[in-house]
Design a protein around this ligand. Sequence first.
Ligand code: F6P
Length: 324
Amino acid sequence: MKRIALITSGGDAPGMNACVRSITKYCLNKGIVPVGYFDGYQGMMENRFQELGFTDVDNIIHRGGTVLGTARCEEFRTVDGRKRAIINLKENKIEALICIGGDGTFLGANILSKEMNIPVIGIPGTIDNDISGTDHTIGYDTALNTVIDAVDKIRDTAGSHHRVFFVEVMGRNAGFIALNSAIASGAESVLIPEEHTDILAVANDLKEQNKGRRSSIVIVAEGDDGGGAREIMNKVSPHMKEYTLRYSILGHIQRGGSPSAFDRMLATRMGAFSVEQLLEGKSNCMIGARGDDLVILPIDAAVKIQAVPDLSKLKMLHNLRTMG
Ligand code: F6P
């Protein structure tokens, strides 16, 4: 194998650069030319790429975002869009492809692989952690730490003012960030898409837990069926007239920042492993992390199965409430 293309695609995630670095260096050490396409599938369709050398990936392991750029590319969902990309990849003598991104990225990779008959490996990179087949996605640990840092700060002001705060976190349709940041930040309540939200029950529970306390924190997943933090606060408000309520939407700060040690290691290991797997003849696969091990799985499984957080953690949180 002489030339491997790589992209970062979908929402950027801290650790993507560490992964690009690892793939590039591993390829170069094996005598393979790594070809980075800019802005994900968009750059592939527009033939924007660079052959990567060692110096291109110097000093990026600690940087958030992605040096290759990324995009959410609607046109790549069309047959015509993919045809343009395939022509470019063939002209560029690309023999295999590594795609770092979330489930949308994997879906594109899977179709492209079949249409072009080229080996493809997906590396899970998204802050949402919503890819089945892996315990962790690149960027999730850093995002969790960012959320916890923000919630710690909100708790300071919430306590000073005797307020109940609804803090909205990302995660699209999945509650991984919400549930696990709620545990790690000691939140009084958490609302996730995987569980129906009953507004009256939320209000009653908060009132019960707030007895004798200065503040409460409710983590709200952006995909919750009761709405975002602002909407939930407004719905709860008539039932909590004697409390001062505020909301905060953490937004895109969750996607930025220097990757944690965990994400750097995960990304570096997954990057090197993906090249190794291609050289062993694997195709249409994704890399997963199970415990301390890296595994290789059919990409189809990740695309078709919805990842769900461990809901027994909700039960645990219920038993950790402070009752008045
Ligand atoms: O998938 C990552 C993510 O940050 C989600 O948590 C969020 O819903 C979405 O991307 C936001 O996407 P955009 O930056 O395109 O608005």
